[in-house]
Design a protein around this ligand. Structure first.
Ligand SMILES: Nc1ncnc2c1ncn2[C@@H]1O[C@H](COP(=O)(O)OP(=O)(O)OP(=O)(O)O)[C@@H](O)[C@H]1O
Ligand SMILES: [Mg+2]
Length: 232
């Protein structure tokens, strides 16, 4: 799928100059040839999204069958629209597992899978620690508006749920976020280091109960890939 946006055609300086020289040598005015060049190359939705994905996950591929199945389900449920199917209501996905097993990689891989399938996506991503920092009340900042942007976003990636220190305030924030997405069945990709049995203690019963109903689950296992992979 291609998005409506385009970028300026690229002319590589030295090559363009050489080409102009060759054309002039053959009695052809280079400016008339340049006028016939395509004015713009289309930019795919995936290319646009790549700019928003952190560099480390920009080539992530969802390769866990449950993650691929989730992306398929969301893509199939998409509402038809002029630029391709739009994301609709659907299940959420909880990706759990120890540090470094590839949870964030699979989550961005899922976003890239949807974009690659031509699903029109408005998506946001945040870690829970960043979410707390971003929404902490401070003068001149409308935290409620920021929260609503994330709460209502058609697809939200909530990374590292349960990893940040909690307080009554953070618990309430997480509850409001999860509860809205639960009530409106908005697809949410959640990653966590917490084993299922500890979700309730760490997040509170109200959040854990909603997650139990709204999410499909995939548990990643294996070694910490950061310690086993050759340095990038
Ligand atoms: N399937 C994969 N193929 C290639 N590289 C991978 C794959 N999965 C993960 N990686 C790489 O392994 C490293 C760790 O992955 P990632 O950050 O997703 O782990 P994580 O489970 O989210 O860890 P944490 O719990 O600390 O957040 C990253 O460099 C990531 O790019
Ligand atoms: Mg991670």
């Amino acid at each position: 799928m291609t998005a409506a946006l385009t970028r300026e055609p690229r002319r590589v300086g030295a090559i363009a100059d050489r080409l102009d020289g060759i054309l002039a040598g053959r009695g052809i005015d280079p400016s008339t040839v340049a006028a016939e060049e395509p004015q713009a190359e289309p930019v795919t939705a995936l290319e646009l999204a790549d700019a928003r994905i952190p560099a480390r996950y920009r080539r992530a591929l969802a390769d866990y069958p449950q993650v691929i199945a989730w992306a398929d389900e969301i893509a199939r449920a998409g509402r038809p629209g002029p630029g391709g199917p739009g994301i609709a209501e659907g299940p959420s996905l909880l990706i759990a597992g120890p540090t470094g097993t590839g949870k964030t990689y699979q989550a961005y891989g899922a976003v890239r899978t949807l974009l690659g399938r031509g699903v029109r996506l408005r998506w946001e991503a945040t870690t829970s620690a960043d979410l707390h920092a971003r929404l902490r009340p401070r003068a001149g900042h409308d935290a409620e508006r920021d929260l609503q942007t994330l709460v209502r976003c058609p697809l939200l990636l909530l990374d590292d749920l349960g990893a940040a220190k909690t307080s009554e305030w953070t618990e309430e924030l997480t509850y409001r976020l999860i509860n809205h997405r639960y009530e409106h069945t908005l697809p949410t990709l959640i990653t966590t280091n917490l084993p299922t049995a500890e979700l309730r203690t760490a997040l509170g019963d109200r959040v854990a109960s909603r997650l139990a109903e709204m999410t499909e689950r995939v548990i990643l296992t294996g070694p910490d890939r950061r310690r086993t992979a050759p340095a990038a």
